[in-house]
Design a protein. Structure first.
Length: 369
């Protein structure tokens, strides 16, 4: 198959990593698969080329850009794509318009986030119009699909769900040696229960609520340490909050790291305190590392974290419930082990790039209705 993926850019992010993994898998299966960036290439373009992936950019400018549309049309017709796989809304309606008169065999779109709440934005209206030329509109979890169908953005007959997958090769189960090394590096006791979270530091991740939960746990005498991996706009405010709560010594902001897989194996519990999520790759990776998880019951989190099976789900923006769930795991090493192993078994079966790639291949080959 000749497959063209259209993304906005290849800037560093979860969507972009998923696309690189999917294209690499498709190349390994013997397909011709390449990436077209609607805007600029982004930081991951070099990494993509180094792994043998062709990347081009059509350089869309602000507003409607006829030049970019013509270049995109030329890219779609080059080698006559069998499948045009677009990612998110803007790339999709540009690609649908570029395909007019080309009659390409199959057009598939994936929405990687939750979208607008009402489905009435101008972007959603343009996207909805473009779906008449689309075989399938994919959501990355059932909660995303339900929202898009309920708001009328995606017709039910075109709605599909394909979960994102992650590369498992470098993710090892948590182990005491990794934890000991990290605690030595941080100058903290290896007997503490290490809570870890990975992701951008932004309001939607609600790290402030997590800091309140850690404060509650410390007040209760729980020996916990919080390791925050990632960076973003809210970092200065979060660091100031940690100091004001008296948590300066036990909360560690590590910033952006290239060794996340190794860090995961040093945690005892993984925590995600978001107020909104699509399908969190950080949770899939945590499950693969055999980490018991505490996560908020939002978006696609419940597709990954099965309550009392591989983790615990709590309401968003409720630091008391968050602290109670974390405290339950912190006090019970046997429960942490049980939930962690269940999570790794799930991730190795359902959370891999192989599972994602095979699901998309079946979708590409579905009979036309």
């Amino acid at each position: 198959m000749n497959i063209v993926h259209v993304v906005e850019t290849l800037d560093v992010g979860g969507l972009e990593r998923v696309v690189l993994s999917l294209v690499s898998w498709q190349l390994q299966q013997g397909h011709r698969s390449r990436i077209v960036c609607l805007f600029h290439e982004g930081a991951l373009a070099g990494e993509a080329r180094a792994s043998g992936i062709e990347v081009v950019s059509v350089g869309k400018r602000t507003g409607f850009d006829w030049r970019a549309l013509r270049l995109l049309r030329a890219e779609l017709s080059r080698g006559r794509a069998d499948v045009v796989h677009t990612h998110n809304a803007v790339t999709h309606y540009y690609s649908a318009l570029a395909d007019v008169g080309l009659g390409l065999a199959r057009m598939v779109n994936t929405r990687h986030g939750m979208g607008s709440l009402r489905g009435s934005s101008r972007l959603d209206r343009l996207y909805r119009t473009a779906l008449w030329r689309t075989h399938a509109a994919v959501s990355v979890c059932s909660a995303v699909q339900e929202r898009f169908v309920a708001t009328g953005v995606i017709p039910a007959n075109k709605a599909r769900v394909v979960a994102n997958g992650v590369v498992m090769d470098k993710i090892l189960p948590r182990h005491h040696e990794a934890k000991g090394a990290l605690m030595t590096q941080l100058g903290r006791s290896p007997t503490a229960v290490v809570l870890g979270t990975v992701g951008r530091l932004s309001p939607v991740k609600d790290h402030g609520n997590l800091l309140l939960a850690v404060r509650d746990l410390k007040d209760q005498g729980q020996p916990v340490e919080l390791v925050v991996v990632g960076d973003g706009d809210t970092r200065p405010a979060l660091q100031a909050q940690a100091q004001s709560l008296g948590l300066g010594a036990c909360v560690h902001f590590l910033g952006m790291r290239q060794d996340v897989a190794q860090l995961l194996s040093a945690f005892d519990v993984f925590v995600l305190s978001s107020i909104s999520e699509g399908y969190s790759l950080a949770l899939v990776e945590a499950a693969a590392a055999a980490l018991p998880i505490v996560a908020t019951r939002v978006g696609g989190n419940a597709d990954i974290v099965r309550d009392n099976c591989n983790g615990l789900l709590v309401p968003a923006q409720d630091h008391v419930a968050l602290a109670a769930a974390i405290g339950r795991l912190a006090a019970d090493a046997t429960l942490r082990e049980q939930l962690g192993q269940a999570g790794r078994e799930w991730a190795l079966k359902h959370g891999t790039v192989d599972a994602m790639g095979a699901a998309y291949q079946r979708l590409y080959q579905e009979p036309k209705s």
